[in-house]
Design a protein around this ligand. Structure first.
Ligand code: HDE
Length: 725
């Protein structure tokens, strides 16, 4: 029996479309908490169709008698223009789409909260950073950058990490990425960068990829991008999960305290789940097997109560540090190593609720870098200054008018009072006579009025100098931190950077572009340059002319490696159990118990989706049929097969791929003795190593899960990668 919606008792009203009678100063929650109740579209009226089922209506509330046929003259037409229901239905459908974001079109969001764990009251007056233990609601949208809205999740790409904190002093948006630096130093180059990265304009491909001429052409002519290039060619751009990425505010911001004193700050989000990425060969296959891999992972984890969590860290520094630093803190192609300025953890961000409606929340959310509360301020980073214009501007195109703050996901959750009015789709309309400031209508002095004490004030930085278009000399070093990033990686991570460069550049048609990139690599690391040149079959070019010589001995920083910052458990990871009829019930049950003990999850993959019957006669349902559940969807695999089951798997191409892929991707593997036949027929039995564990006895299950904590057995890679031989 369907439950009557809440508004069924309020005839004709659809909350959210109903103008509130609130005066301008009314608290925002009158209109901002409409996610609390699911908003139906067909069940809001008071009318019922013979019982409790709500009557289908038009958007005007007119009850509909027939939703199957257009209105026709006779039984075979013609169709009549007076069909109000058909015309309205198609009219609305025709206009369902809004422009996708020009960048970061594909994204996925979730709700949660931010809690302060250490007060920053000494350095900022921002209310949200004062009192330990206080929480504010948060909304986070993760995204890829280059692909369109329908592209696949595992594109090699930067991930957006945009956080909206609904504070008591207005919305604070930290619109960051999972990489702490950026391609360019000045916002005026952003359209060029994005044009070059997106599909080429004549042919409109490739989609969601940087592996093409235009991108590498632009990059090869833009040496300032070399540090970022090291990051995007690393496994940072193929994360295992949105839950296993870091977030960075990138720019230097300011915190300003009640006395007006400014402290520079860089923002970091550190995942409690640890850092983790997949292998490139795996990413390519995930895109085919499940293009929604990341969004499904986030959706499933939150719905299962495994709430992802990040720590908010700040690097605080003053003018003296900025002056002494080798690089300019206003240059967004540079980071400040954590060894130089430690990251102080001051809060936690928890995502504990999926959206009710993707369009209303994730698609319509509008992040803007200039949304900062009093006590937070900008630096003169020219990239940040340019963004402060772009983010407001783009919402007008995307959301269709200036009233996008009336959309619940964008509305502040604190009191609001201003005299902005009218415009397209104004949902929150003031009442009364006064729509200007100052006025003398109403009680008291006819507010709202400014508050010089509580209100936002910009840091009073003195500035001088001629008006000119220049790039500061202090931005001229393009290679030193690129080298530092490379030397901070573990050997396997360095190998992956080389592999990625060879892969991307092998998709570039013009040899001169390939060669230009290698000439930059020579200024970063000669071995890397030689590896890439060799991989491309290219003669080593001369090193690119550098505006500044590379500082060769910047100390490596462990914080820059993914492998060194992994988790110490298999929590939240997924085991794929390939199961056949007649498989040993005791071993399967022990595996399930061990998975649950580790707070991990599992899926059963079987020859038939109806499931299997185990040795003890019990039946187990399957989540995936073997060819719908390739091993790339799992962090580790177990093959629990009977003798007959293994014989069937051994002649099945998908089953053979299941184990060879898992092996190639350096995953931990467990198998029963009977399952060995599958590994033989798949051609990997002779190569099996320490990370292929037997499931001979019940106790083996726990040992296997303990081994899985290492996530991957990287030493295996050199043995199976042709390039490495
Ligand atoms: Fe963005 N960026 N960006 N960007 N960006 C947008 O704003 C822009 C940059 C980032 O989930 C757009 O609302 C310029 C750096 C994220 O909705 C647009 C420049 C960083 C998101 C825009 C940059 C980012 C965006 C498109 C160079 C990391 C997605 C839609 C000056 C610190 C937010 C929109 C979401 C989105 C402009 C560079 C992160 C066009 C001009 C650096 C996470 O306004």
């Amino acid at each position: 029996m369907s439950k009557p919606s809440k508004s069924a008792s309020a005839p004709g009203k659809i909350s959210g479309e109903t103008p509130t009678k609130a005066p301008p100063a009314a608290p925002a929650d009158a209109i901002s908490d409409s996610f609390a109740e699911p908003q139906g579209t067909g069940g809001e009226t008071h009318q019922t169709a013979g019982g409790d089922v709500a009557v289908l209506t038009t958007a005007q509330g007119i009850p509909v008698a027939d939703d199957q046929n257009m209105l026709k003259q006779g039984s075979r037409g013609p169709t009549l223009l007076e069909d109000l229901h058909f015309r309205e239905k198609i009219f609305h459908f025709d206009h369902e789409r809004i422009p996708e974001r020009v960048v970061h079109a594909r994204g996925y969001g979730a709700h949660g909260y931010f809690e302060l764990t250490e007060s920053l009251s000494d350095v900022t007056r921002a209310d949200v950073l004062q009192r330990v233990g206080e929480r504010v609601p948060a909304f986070v949208r993760f995204s890829t950058v280059a692909g369109s809205k329908g592209s696949a999740d595992l594109a090699r790409d930067v991930r957006g990490f945009a956080v909206k904190l609904y504070t008591q002093e207005g919305n604070w948006d930290i619109v960051g990425n999972n990489i702490p630096v950026f391609f360019i130093q000045d916002a005026i180059k952003f359209p060029d960068l994005i044009h070059a990265a997106k599909p080429e304009p004549d042919r409109d491909f490739p989609q969601a990829q940087t592996a093409h001429d235009n991108f590498w052409d632009f990059i090869s002519l833009t040496p300032e991008s070399m540090h970022m290039v090291m990051w995007i060619m690393s496994d940072r751009t193929i994360p295992r999960s949105l839950r296993t990425i870091e977030g960075f505010g990138v720019h230097t911001f300011r915190l300003v305290n009640a006395e007006g004193k400014s402290t520079f700050v860089k923002f970091h989000w550190k995942p409690k789940q640890g850092l983790q990425s997949v292998a490139w060969n795996e990413a390519v296959k995930i895109n085919g097997a499940d293009p929604d891999f990341h969004r499904r992972d986030l959706w499933d984890a939150i719905n299962a109560g495994d709430f992802p969590e990040w720590e908010l860290g700040v690097q605080l520094f003053d003018d003296d540090f900025a002056d002494s630093f080798d690089f300019d803190v206003l240059d967004a192609t540079k980071l400040i190593p954590e060894e130089l300025v430690p990251v102080r953890i001051v809060g936690r961000l928890v995502l504990d609720r999926v959206v009710d409606n993707f369009f209303a929340e994730t698609e319509q959310v509008a992040f803007m870098t200039h949304n900062v509360p009093p006590g937070v301020d900008f630096s003169n980073d020219p990239l940040l200054q340019g963004r402060n214009f772009s983010y407001l501007d783009t919402q007008l195109k995307r959301l269709g008018g200036p009233n996008f703050t009336h959309i619940p996901i964008n509305a502040p959750k604190c009191p609001m009072a201003h005299f902005q009015q009218d415009g397209h789709m104004a949902m929150r309309n003031p009442v009364g006579r006064a729509n200007y400031e100052p006025n003398s209508w109403g009680a008291a002095q006819g507010g709202p009025r400014e508050d010089p004490v509580r209100g936002f004030t910009s840091f009073a930085e003195a500035a001088d100098g001629p008006r000119q278009r220049v790039r500061s000399e202090s931005f001229a070093d393009h290679y030193s931190q690129a080298r530092q990033f490379f030397t901070s990686q573990t050997p396997i991570e360095q190998k992956h950077i080389g592999d990625a460069l060879v892969f991307e550049l092998s998709k570039v048609e013009r040899p001169d572009i390939r060669s230009r990139i290698v000439s930059h690599l020579l200024n970063i690391d000669e071995t890397l340059a030689a590896t890439v040149a060799d991989g491309l079959g290219l003669a080593l070019p001369k090193a690119a002319q550098a505006a500044r010589p590379t500082i060769m001995d910047l100390p490596p920083s462990d914080a820059l490696s993914i492998v060194r910052n992994g988790p110490d458990s298999f929590k939240g990871r997924k085991l794929g159990i390939l199961l056949t009829d007649g498989a040993d019930a005791a071993i399967f049950n022990a595996l399930v118990k061990a998975v649950e003990k580790e707070a991990a999850v599992y899926e059963v993959i079987a020859p038939k989706i109806s499931g299997v019957t185990l040795s003890d006669g019990t039946t187990v349902g399957a989540k995936q049929k073997i060819d719908g559940g390739p091993s790339v969807l799992y962090d580790a695999i177990a093959v629990v097969a009977s003798k007959d089951g293994a014989a069937l798997l051994a002649i099945d191409a998908a089953a053979k791929d299941f184990v060879t892929d898992a092996f190639t991707h350096c995953k931990f593997i467990a198998l029963t003795a009977e399952a060995h036949l599958l590994f033989e027929k798949a051609g990997i039995a002779d190569d099996m190593d320490d990370a292929c564990l037997p499931l001979g006895a019940v106790k083996d299950a726990a040992n296997f899960l303990a081994a899985c904590r290492a996530l991957r057995h990287w030493p295996r890679e050199l043995g199976v990668d042709l390039d490495a031989q």
